[in-house]
Design a protein around this ligand. Structure first.
Ligand code: BT5
Length: 311
């Protein structure tokens, strides 16, 4: 289902989510007829929302925890300058794949569940109902070399939204050492003008398969936070931090990232496409790279070697 920022259905939802109102009043606000309002209200009903009409007013009752219009409302509120369309799926293969197929930036793809959720390097991302699975297609005005910072900023946005959460460089968010969020960013389109497909998966109350229970968890095991609250906080943080990144304020974001990142100071094994490096993760460079044994690493798989002793 597609929801555009300017669509009448969404505009009517937005008004009714704030207060009850008559068809005439809504019509006046939006510059449309009462019957157009009535049509929009019926569309909201078709999508399963409960809109009562008592006397003169329409009242939106029983707001779902996160219905498609609520997803759109949060998105447009928090990412006003960067997203103007939301595409919502009950289920799809992978929101990153949907984004690439659509091929347009400024869109947020959201799924209640994914049948072929993707991790990095062809790995699988478990995506049962109860979690948050979404992808933003962005068209950043950044130098090519700055693009990996978008993933770091996304991790920071999630880590700051969840109590006690820490970042494992480059893209995992953990609570007590267990992964609750993964991020997959992909470059798409032409080299000169690439589109970023930024996929974020957050475990909220979705079941975690037994074989992953040692390394993964859902936020619901630790905190009583709803999907709505988490989605809203993550997008609010990302809207703010992404804007700062575009405005060249990386050095402040880097400091924030370092505060949340538990990789620094640990002995790590980083596997890049070319090699494996074992050593102390010393710092995050001004360029956004992890510094291991004095070398800059921009992307790779990172394992914290807690019991490893350096001679
Ligand atoms: C990631 O890959 O962590 C990136 C995950 C991105 C998922 C989002 S959901 C929305 C969008 N659409 C997609 O299709 N993908 C994105 P990586 O660092 O490679 O980690 C993958 C590994 O994490 C797997 O091999 C498992 O060990 C583990 N894993 C799988 N599902 C998990 C889950 N739900 N929670 C925690 N760990 C999981």
């Amino acid at each position: 289902m597609r929801i555009k920022k300017q669509s009448t259905d969404y505009q009517v939802y937005k008004i009714l989510s704030e207060k009850q109102m008559s068809g005439e009043e809504i019509g006046k606000m939006l510059g449309i007829t009462r019957s157009a309002v009535w049509k929009a209200v019926n569309k909201l009903r078709d999508y399963g929302l409960k809109v009562e009409s008592t006397g003169r007013s329409y009242i939106l009752v029983d707001k779902d925890e996160l219905n498609p219009f609520e997803v759109a409302d949060i998105t447009f509120k928090r990412l006003d300058d960067h997203i103007d369309e939301v595409i919502y799926y009950e289920t799809t293969d992978s929101t990153n794949e949907r984004a690439k197929e659509y091929g347009k930036s400024k869109v947020l793809f959201f799924a209640e569940s994914q049948t072929a959720g993707k991790g990095r390097l062809g790995r699988k991302w478990e995506s049962q109902k109860g979690g948050l699975y979404f992808t933003l297609s962005l068209d950043p005005t950044l130098e090519y070399s700055e693009l990996p910072k978008i993933t770091l900023v996304a991790g920071l946005s999630v880590a700051e939204a969840i109590p006690k959460a820490k970042i494992k460089w480059p893209n995992d968010v953990l609570i007590r050492g267990k992964k609750v969020c993964g991020i997959l960013s992909e470059l798409y389109g032409e080299m000169e003008n690439p589109m970023i497909v930024l996929g974020i998966g957050i475990n909220v109350s979705n079941p975690i398969p037994d074989e992953l229970k040692d390394v993964a968890a859902s936020i619901g095991e630790f905190f009583d936070l709803s999907r709505r609250e988490i989605f809203d906080l993550v997008l609010a943080n990302f809207g703010k931090y992404y804007q700062r990144l575009l405005e060249g304020e990386w050095s402040d974001l880097r400091k924030k990232f370092l505060k949340k990142c538990e990789t620094i100071g640990k002995v790590v094994k980083v596997t890049t496409s070319a090699e494996e490096i074992i050593g102390v993760a010393e710092d995050l460079s001004e360029n956004g790279a992890l510094i291991v044994n004095g070398r800059e690493v921009y992307a790779g798989d990172c394992i914290h070697l807690r019991n490893f002793k350096i001679q």
